[in-house]
Design a protein around this ligand. Structure first.
Ligand code: GLT
Ligand code: MN
Ligand code: MN
Length: 414
């Protein structure tokens, strides 16, 4: 039976309920989950794709987030203020009306980020040769810090976008790094002076890397590169600067996101995380968290829970272009939040699982070989223990699928 357009909402609603319920907004709000303005308002456009959705106003995004139970809102400067209105009186008016919407719907702004990738002015990168481009970039980043203060955010994110080049040999990379550092230094200085005059604390400034896109070659393509940059001596206030690691961006270059997060954790710099999903060695598909790599996401959350990560989880994904405007808030956001919370809960089950715990303890205790100078004896004395690696992996699979809670396959016929 065909379903006319006006009957399709009802089908979506019925099948969503048939999925077996969802977390209530009060539970969702307990998590530091933030919803980006740009994700909700993304219209499905790309280089080879025309938009599939209508524009959505920031106040509607905020209202929908509130109904869903997403307690935090994030935005680029240009998601809410058009480039021509930035740094004008109109900017203040817009920010006042955003602050009113946030208050009205009980949300808080957790993070503001600056657009340094879309405008033609960044064609040669925000840290290119021309002093006037860099001066404008510095003003833009300082302005982002001002917006963040005004909206009460605690985090500022910088994804430098076009920081790199199309043609080899046109720039000295060390000079470009130095110039980029000058921009971050300017933003930190603005923050220090605003925090001082307002009597508030400074922001956490978080650098975000992406391995490819939108520039052909990138100067800072990974979280590790960002960590190296933070420790390079080029930043005046390295203690104010950390990273925003995006799950998919680490996967895109072929890395293990969990290991990338671990490296940022041990550096004490993992302050912000963009949550989403996708594939290795593909472009930035920004799919909803857990839809592609739920097992890996489970392990990521075990790591983060084990180390007490307490920063935001920012839903930096793109609702599929096959999802309608209605579907964005009815299906895409609530299901992304609920998959995250479910995986969080399952991560807790992994951490307290007696089988995994006993196996891990046994592995760490070792076989007790006395002669540590004898590799053959060390191997022989431990080799049965190492089977536990595969056993733990199987157990993780079972926990992910709920088999540890009694899901069995006794009736399955070949
Ligand atoms: C852009 C990018 C994201 C970043 C945003 C922050 S901009 O959408 O692809 O990964 O987090 O500037
Ligand atoms: Mn991101
Ligand atoms: Mn991305």
């Amino acid at each position: 039976m065909t379903l006319a357009a006006h009957e399709q909402h009802a089908l979506v609603d019925r099948l969503m309920s048939a999925c077996g319920g969802s977390y209530p907004p009060e539970i969702r709000r307990r998590f530091f989950i933030s919803g980006p303005q740009w994700a909700a308002a993304y219209r499905g456009q790309a280089l080879f794709h025309a938009p599939t959705r209508e524009p959505v106003e920031p106040s509607d995004v905020i209202r929908h987030f509130s109904e869903i139970g997403i307690g935090w809102w994030t935005s680029h400067d240009t998601d809410i203020i058009s480039p021509g209105e930035l740094m004008t009186g109109k900017q203040d008016e817009i920010l006042d009306s955003i602050a009113t919407s946030l208050k009205q719907y009980g949300l808080q702004c957790s993070m503001v980020t600056g657009e340094t990738f879309f405008s033609p002015v960044w064609a040669g990168s925000p840290a290119g040769e021309q002093p006037e481009v860099r001066a404008y970039a510095a003003r833009r980043l300082e302005n982002v810090v001002g917006i963040a203060h005004k909206l009460g955010a605690r985090f500022v994110v910088y994804w430098p976008g076009t920081l790199g080049y199309q043609f080899q040999g046109i720039v000295d990379e060390t000079v470009m790094l130095k110039r980029y550092a000058d921009l971050i230094n300017a933003a930190c200085e603005k923050d220090l002076s605003l925090a001082h005059t307002r009597g508030t604390s400074t922001m956490r400034h978080c650098l975000e890397a992406k391995p490819f896109e939108p520039q052909a070659e990138l100067i800072l393509p990974t979280t590790d590169a960002m960590l190296g940059f933070i420790g390079s001596g080029l930043l005046k206030y390295p203690e104010m600067v950390g990273v925003n690691t995006e799950y998919l961006h680490e996967l895109m270059w072929g890395g293990a996101p969990r290991a990338a997060l671990a490296r940022a954790l041990v550096a004490g710099k993992l302050w912000h995380i963009d949550i989403n999903d996708g594939y290795r060695l593909k472009h930035d598909v920004d799919l909803g968290v857990g839809l592609i790599n739920p097992l890996d996401w489970l392990n990521v959350l075990v790591l983060l829970r084990a180390h007490g990560y307490s920063g935001p989880f920012n839903l930096d994904y793109k609702p599929a272009r096959t999802t309608s405007n209605y579907g964005v808030f009815k299906v895409s956001f609530p299901t992304a939040v609920d998959r995250f919370i479910t995986l969080w809960e399952i991560a807790g089950e992994v951490m307290t699982d007696p089988i995994i715990n006993e196996a891990t303890r046994a592995l760490e205790t070792g076989g007790g070989v006395a002669d540590v100078n004898n590799p053959d004896a060390v191997f022989e004395g431990n080799k049965e223990l190492w089977t536990l690696h595969e056993l733990i992996s199987h157990r993780l699979f079972q926990i992910l699928l709920g088999q540890h809670r009694g899901r069995t396959f006794v009736d399955v016929k070949p």
